[in-house]
Design a protein around this ligand. Structure first.
Ligand SMILES: [Zn+2]
Length: 101
């Protein structure tokens, strides 16, 4: 599996082994951070993209970053693997509906 520089759930930098999430077998996750992914599962599996973006904005605002930087970071969350895959699934479901006709 490809190793990512940023968590593919929340976008935080995976620049330290300590912030990597963990797989079921104890291996470190190459995709997700420890705050979002533990023992092979998302820590908040029910979380929506909108909730993640809201959280992200709050965290970045606490760091007093420039508004443009915050907007760019929040926008980019939807392109992370966790959310991209979900959107692709949605697209496939829609297509399946059309084919039923
Ligand atoms: Zn994360």
């Amino acid at each position: 599996m490809e190793a990512y520089n940023f968590c593919q759930s929340c976008g935080m930098p995976l620049n330290d082994p300590l912030v990597h999430g963990t797989e079921k077998n104890g291996d470190c996750s190459l995709q997700y951070c420890i705050y979002r992914y533990k023992d092979g599962q998302f820590t908040h599996p029910e979380m929506t993209l909108e909730e993640m973006q809201y959280n992200e904005r709050r965290i970045l605002e606490q760091q007093h970053l420039h508004g443009d930087v915050i907007n760019a970071a929040v926008n980019s969350v939807q392109f992370l693997n966790r959310w991209l895959q979900r959107n692709l699934c949605r697209l496939e479901l829609n297509t399946a509906d059309y084919e039923k006709d």
